[in-house]
Design a protein around this ligand. Structure first.
Ligand SMILES: Nc1ncnc2c1ncn2[C@@H]1O[C@H](COP(=O)(O)OP(=O)(O)OP(=O)(O)O)[C@@H](O)[C@H]1O
Length: 252
């Protein structure tokens, strides 16, 4: 296995608030990792640090062997670090195809507009949206807007994809469809870090889970071990919930 991302003692303070505090971990190529923690634990801040949205207060981010601690967001995208946002915001007046092509151009993975359109076509097929390629993005319902968001990220040819609550607002069968798609993306060799509040979903998709609490990484490891960790139960799950999830997870 090849290491793709390493965080070394990463911290971020906003004034006196330690949003992320001395976090270190390492991720392997092609892994699916769940990032969980209570509201305000620092999950989104951590993603913002990895993708160059916020400067680090201290520590190091190493991506594909390169120190990227001082990168800006556009440089992260060009290096193959892509992300989706909690709130999906396509360009409403552009077609579905044009939205994805814009992603390809932003990511810098393609040279010409023609190449970007070609790559957009491929990704729309991959996510199952080729039939609506010429539809204005504003006409899509939420599940398809989320697929569009994934196609846009994929058109940037990411090595690493950060998914921020891609399942929020979806029903059970739509979530199943989204998870199948996420597994297909990982099978392409893309490493995926997924922020997700639904425990059943995290447990069914993640090979490994990282748990943040008050900005600190309090546990990491395989899902079954992590949900039984007393610190995680105390901080996040509550003992009744942990027992229920444990019972249910044998059927996932
Ligand atoms: N731009 C900012 N300026 C000041 N404080 C911030 C900023 N962004 C985040 N914080 C603070 O950092 C802490 C961590 O917030 P963050 O949004 O990263 O948590 P989270 O785990 O993603 O929460 P949620 O699950 O609610 O999205 C919170 O105390 C938050 O108020």
């Amino acid at each position: 296995m090849t290491e793709i991302l390493r965080l070394e003692n990463v911290s971020k303070s906003f004034g006196g608030n330690h949003a992320v505090n001395d976090v270190s971990f390492s991720l392997e190529e092609g892994e699916i990792i769940g990032l969980i923690g209570p509201n305000g634990a620092g999950k989104t801040t951590l993603v913002n640090l990895i993708t160059g949205v916020h400067p680090l207060t201290s520590g190091k981010v190493i991506f594909a062997g390169e120190d990227v601690s001082k990168q800006q967001a556009f440089q992260a995208a060009r290096r193959g670090l892509a992300r989706t946002f909690q709130i999906v915001q396509p360009f409403p007046n552009m077609t579905v195809l044009e939205n994805v092509a814009a992603g390809a151009l932003f990511g810098g993975g393609t040279g010409s507009v023609q190449d970007a359109l070609e790559s957009a076509h491929q990704e729309l097929k991959f996510v199952g949206l080729d039939a609506v390629a010429d539809t204005p993005a504003s006409a899509l319902a939420l599940p398809n807007r989320k697929r569009l968001e994934l196609a846009k990220s994929l058109a940037m040819r990411p090595k690493f994809l950060l998914l921020d609550e891609v399942n929020a607002g979806l029903n059970a069968s739509e979530i199943d469809g989204a998870l199948d798609l996420i597994r297909k993306i990982a099978a392409r060799g893309v490493t995926i870090l997924i922020i997700e509040h639904l425990m059943k979903v995290v447990l069914s998709i993640s090979q490994r889970i990282l748990v943040l609490h008050h900005g600190e990484l309090i546990a990491q490891g395989d899902p079954r071990t992590v949900i039984e960790d007393p610190q995680v139960v105390e901080a996040y799950l509550g003992s009744k919930f942990a027992a229920r999830v444990k019972a249910e997870s044998h059927h996932v």
